[in-house]
Every structure is written in structure tokens, then in C-alpha cells.
Design a protein around this ligand. Sequence first.
Ligand code: FAD
Length: 472
Amino acid sequence: MKQVKVLVIGAGPTGLGAAYQLNRHDGVDWLLCEQSSEVGGLSRSIVDEAGYTWDIGGHVWFSHFDVFSNLLVKLLGVDGYIEHRRDAAIRCCDSWVPYPFQDHLQALPGEVRSECLAGLVEAALASASGATAPPENFAEFITATFGSGIAEAFMRPYNEKVWAYALEDMSWSWTGERVSVPDPATAVRNTLGDSKDTEWGPNASFVYPKSGGTGAFWRALADTLPPERLRLGTRAISIDRENKIATFEDGTEVGYEYLITTAPLDVTARLIGDPALIELTSRLEHSSVHVIGLGVDASVGERLGNRCWMYFPDPELPFYRVTHFSHYSPANVPQGVDGASLLVEVAESASKPVAADGLADHVIAGLVSAGVLESAGQVTHVWTHRTEHGYPTPTLNRDEIVNKALAALGSANIFSRGRFGAWRYEVGNMDHSFMQGYEAAARALTGCAELTVWHPTLTNSRHPALGLGRYR
Ligand SMILES: Cc1cc2nc3c(=O)[nH]c(=O)nc-3n(C[C@H](O)[C@H](O)[C@H](O)COP(=O)(O)OP(=O)(O)OC[C@H]3O[C@@H](n4cnc5c(N)ncnc54)[C@H](O)[C@@H]3O)c2cc1C
């Protein structure tokens, strides 16, 4: 039986981050095993039979960590990526409202605009009076922060679509960097003065690989690893926690001192077979995502111009977000095709099932009614994909479950990390995932503390003292 110091399960961003760290240390025996025939996990890219490149949902590249940003430049080269300024908008009341919504209320029709602005001011006054109790769930957070007008016009219907989950049953502890919190003075100033304020948040600018989609980076990273330490097509089917042995589908066994698993936390519990852990983690919730890639006429891309993506709160439309994917990189459209491409996302969960049959037609009809397409005839190509694990839902009990499960696993030298390994959406992006793996591997080797998985708020604060940096 092969014996290693560190075994890593899964070659998505987390597993590759771990491998990158392990590979920096001479004399350490480690192995990375991935069930799929390719690396990248949810961040891989797929070239379909017609030559279109697709991501598993719109992936944009922004970073909280110098080590990650620098690696991007090193592996793709300074000419290997395209820099974008975010140009995003929300389709609301037949208008396009630039993102962030609350700073562009002037784009709304009169009555809705007044409701949104009045609600915002009322919420600010209530908060300033100190008479309001802290919100108990995400629904209350939305109304308390944005006021009832914006809550009804955008925030509630949009989030109900993305999460496919009751907002009353979600926490708001994750919102810090993911939800743009309004400043009523800016909202009033902008509404009266028509100014544009679109710079909020960590993804106000982002980069995208020039070719090969988001997955190009993860393939480039995997290419830096010793081939004998990366086993593709190798699925873990059980973990013997007591004896520290993982068994794979091909019958091989690997003994380890430390195990970094990036499979979803409930899957790891089942691999271990501990009934209490299985029961605990079965209470975690997630949503799935249907991704519909559309090849469209060049005129659609010309009309969208520099628009990067669009949000759709209207419950009548099946999709929550549409990405102008050929704008990210023209190479996402096959050579010789004079056209553009759109990437459409539809969320699904146990409480909100979606019929895959006919979904693409439903999506195309929705794009026409929302004014993204002039007619269904502008669609020249359709690609569909469904991912079971899309968003780890921050339910009210999530932290209690995750903290208990990670502690139980950690005491057996098993570090469950990554978007679904640690189930923390607030540190579930590519850069966070890479760092979770990078830090878990460092902990296995040196015992040092991990910041990203245990201190999301601090991590996302980009405090200069932490050496967490800008994009470059
Ligand atoms: C719709 C959508 C949009 C997104 N947009 C962005 C964005 O704009 N920017 C951004 O930074 N991030 C984005 N993300 C998040 C990004 O995809 C994740 O951060 C990242 O892929 C998580 O990496 P991971 O390694 O933790 O998990 P994964 O990518 O899920 O990788 C886990 C790997 O483990 C493997 N595995 C699982 N079980 C086993 C087993 N038993 N044996 C062997 N291998 C196994 C899987 O095959 C997989 O390759 C988005 C995600 C989604 C779904």
C-alpha cells in the first residue's frame, strides 16, 4: 500500500492550492487524486462539440490574496489575460438599472423609484434611532438594510431565485462582501443628480484568461505539478478514519498522515461512514445550477457592448443571471464563427425543482421578453449542463453544523476544505478555495494556523497587516 504524508482528494481550486503548497516543500510525500479525467472542478471549462468554450456559470477572476494574484500572472503570462471593468445591470420594471441597484434608482419608473428611496431613508432612520433589534435572518437583514421598496423590487425576488431557498431560513452572517450595503446619502444624491456610481465591491474590476476559459489557469497550475503525484480518474470510495487509509474505486489503497478532502462535507461523512457525522451533515443545504450556453448572432454582442452580466429578479423569468460570455474573451466563440455567446444560470433546489426538459426554450423565450434578444432566431447554438453542487446555502444552522463537523474531522487529521468541503459561501470563490487548500497543506506540514476557512470576515477585510493584497 502506498503511504504518503498528505493525501488530497479533489483537484479543483482547493486541491490544487494544497498541491501547489505541498510541491514547494522538498522531501514531502504527497498525492492528489481526482475522480474526473480533468482538473478544475467547478472552475473547469468545457469546449463543446461545436468549439464553444463554456464555464460552469459565469466565473470572474478577482483576488484577496497576493499569492493567488501573482500566480495568475506567472502562469498565464502578462499577455495571457484580459482586464475588465465590471459593467453590470439589473432588469427591473422593464428598465436596466446599473449595479449597485440602490445607487441608480434614477433608472426606475417614478412610483417604484419613490418607494425604493423612501424605504431606504426609513430604514436608515430606524437604524439610527437604535430602536430596531438586529435582524434574525437574511429576509430581515434585507428589509432592515435596504428598506421595503428595494427589498420588494430587487433584493428579495433576486435572492429567492439565486438561492432557491426561503430567505427567512438563511443567516446573513455571510453578507459582508457579497451584498452591497446602501449609503442613503449616495442613493439620494445619485437619484437627484443622475450620477453613476458603479465601483462598489471586490469585483469592480476583474480578469479573464485570453483563451481556454476559466479552466485555463487550473490546467496551467496542474501542469506545474510532478505528474506522478496527480492521479486523474481516481475516485475515493471510502475513508478509514481510524487507520488513516483511503480506498479508491480501482481498488488501490493509500495510507496518509494527513488527509485534505475537498469533496462536499456530507460526501466526506458518507465516505467515512460515521452515522452521527452523516446525520449532522445531511442537514446542510445546497442549490444546483443549470447552465445554458447560447451561441447568438454577432448583433446581440454588439448591442450589449461592454455589458458583462445582467441580474433578473423577475420571478416569471427562469434565470437569475446572464453573462455576456464572449465579452469576457472573444476566444470563447469558435474561430471562424461571427457571433457572440451568452451564459445563462438557473438555480434549482430540493424545495424549488426545475424541469430540465424544455428549459433551454423557456430560457430563450425569457431572454426575448426581457429584451436581451430581439428574437429566438438570434440563437444559433445551444449547450446545456447541470451541476448538482452550485451554491452552499448559508442556513441559520450552517455554522453550528460545519464547526462541529470540521472539528470532529480535524481531530483525526482530516481537513475538509473548499467551497463545499467547508460549506462557507463567503469564502467559497476560486481565490478563497485555492487559499483554503494552500493553508490546510501548510498546517499539515508545519502546524501553522489557517486564516481563510476560520476567519472569513478578517480574510475578506484585506487588512494590510495580513499581507492580503490587491489584484497585483
Ligand atoms: C455558478 C457558479 C459561479 C461561480 N462564479 C465564480 C466567480 O465568478 N468567481 C470565483 O472566484 N468563483 C466562482 N465560483 C466558485 C468556484 O467555482 C469555486 O470557488 C471553486 O471551484 C471551488 O473549488 P473546490 O476545489 O473547493 O471545489 P470544486 O471545484 O467542487 O472541486 C472539488 C473536486 O473534488 C473532486 N471530487 C469530489 N469527490 C471526489 C472523490 N470522492 N474522489 C476524488 N475526487 C473527488 C471533484 O470532481 C472536483 O474536481 C462559482 C461557482 C458556481 C457554481
